[in-house]
Structures are given as C-alpha cells and as structure tokens.
Ligand binder design. Structure first.
Ligand SMILES: [Zn+2]
Length: 268
C-alpha cells in the first residue's frame, strides 16, 4: 500500500493508536550509561516499584488494552508483575533479555536472545509472545530475518512510515507486520533528555493524531513505566487518552490484534 492511501480500518474507525510500554527495569539505563551509574539505575528502578502500577491504573480507568514489551531479566526477577499486566488483558511481547542492542550481536545471538526471552514470558503467562521491539530500536539488518524465522507476527522497529507494512526477507514464510514507531512518540523525547511539561507532550501527540486521523493512519506510541509512570508525565497519557476517546472513531488496539487484522486484510 502506498503511504498516500487512507487505510479502511475495521469498525469504521478513521485512525488507529497502539499504546506500547517498554518494561526495561534498570537494564535500559545500565546498557546505555553503564552498570556503575547508580543515579540512573535508581531512577529506572522506579519502573517496577511505582511506575508500572500507576500505568496499569490509568489503562484500567480508561478500559483500554495496551502492549507491553518486557525485558527478560526484569520478568525473571518479578514475574508477578508480568502476570498482573497479562491478567488485566494486556499483550506481553519481547524486548530483549537484558536490553543489549541487537546491532551489536550476530544474528544467531539475536535469535537466542529472542527465544530465551519469549520462552520465559510464555512460562509466566502460558501464551507465546507474537511481537517484538528491539532494545533502544538498535536492530541490525538481519533482525527481521530472525523474527520471521521464529514466526513472529509483528515488529515495532522501523520508524519509516505511518502505516503498517509487511516484511518478508524469505518470501516462502509468512511476513512480519512492521508497526512503525517514532522518535516523537517516545516519552524519552519529552521527559528524560529534555524535561517538558506534560502539556507539551500532549499537544504534540494531539496534533499528530489529528493529522493521522484526517489521513486514516496509525500512531504507535512508546512509553516507559519509569518515565511516564511518574506523577506529572502520567498526566500526558491521561490527557491524550481523554482526547483520543472523545474523538469516538479512533481504534485503540493491542499491537497483536492490529497486526493480525492487517496481515489478513493485506493477504485477503
Ligand atoms: Zn527499552
């Protein structure tokens, strides 16, 4: 599908929104800034201690289902939180074993990392993860091959469009649905590197969904419980959800639900 064409979303919806939450624990900051940087490690430990519980309450208040991308080590340390999110109706997907960047691994190491993380999450939830977002979005050109080989339905790495697209390095196997994220739809861009008031993030996302709704496209946001789960930043999420719900014709979908609809619609 060409980017210019509006998507005919199911149920007469004019646009779609995916809310994805990367549960990095402290490992995103450990990988990025080093294991001895206890200032950032302790900030990121807010993830499991407080942030995720506030996020789960917000999602419950709005009655919406989201997609959680879980780091394997974090799930291993606190499996009951994975189970709590799963039992609340949210999707659980893979986000690397320890948040190492895939661009620094061979494709075999990537495959092992995916399988190890997926198996652990399946032990906790009883359901196999069908989606993956690479830590820090630092994938390699072969990551998509590993995902397709392992039967993944969706990937959220390539920020190169604002509609989903199919990727099939091996044309004989089912394609992977690419769900494009964006630097502008990542809470780090508002609340970590610079510090912005929640209304700034909300205004940006409101203008984004206004444009995408007029064009019939997809907005795929990325949050982190230790970032957006903090008090004021959580208001950016609630203001955005208030707005999107009030539009009345935007499909707020889990990534797996949207991707399986997309793959069927493209091949049908
Ligand atoms: Zn991450």
């Amino acid at each position: 599908m060409e980017n210019a064409a509006a998507v005919h979303w199911p149920g007469g919806h004019r646009a779609a929104v995916i809310l994805s939450f990367d549960v990095d624990g402290e490992y995103g900051e450990v990988n990025h800034r080093g294991a001895d940087d206890w200032y950032w490690r302790s900030n990121a430990q807010y993830d499991q201690q407080a942030g995720i519980w506030r996020i789960l309450r917000v999602l419950d208040d709005f009655g919406v289902s989201a997609t959680f991308c879980w780091v394997g080590k974090v799930a291993e340390e606190r499996p009951h939180i994975v189970k709590a999110a799963f039992d609340a109706g949210h999707e659980i997907s893979t986000h690397g074993w320890d948040h190492r960047y895939y661009r620094d691994m061979s494709v075999d190491e990537q495959r092992n990392d995916l399988v190890r993380t997926r198996d652990l999450l399946e032990q906790i939830t009883g359901e196999r993860a069908s989606g993956h977002k690479t830590p820090g979005w630092r994938f390699s050109s072969e990551t998509i091959n590993a995902l397709q080989d392992l039967g993944y339905l969706w990937n959220m790495d390539y920020a190169s469009n604002d509609v989903p697209f199919l990727m099939a390095p091996d044309p004989a196997k089912p394609p992977v649905v690419q769900l494009p994220p964006s630097l502008l739809w990542d809470d780090y861009s508002y609340f970590v590197d610079p510090i912005a008031p929640p209304r700034h993030a909300f205004e940006m996302w409101r203008d984004d969904i206004d444009v995408l709704r007029a064009e019939g496209k997809l907005m795929c946001l990325t949050f982190h419980p230790w970032v957006t789960g903090r008090p004021a930043p959580s208001r950016a999420l609630t203001m955005f959800l208030d707005y999107v719900v009030s539009l009345g014709d935007v499909w707020i979908a889990r990534a797996d639900h949207l991707a399986s609809w997309w793959r069927d619609a493209q091949s049908g």
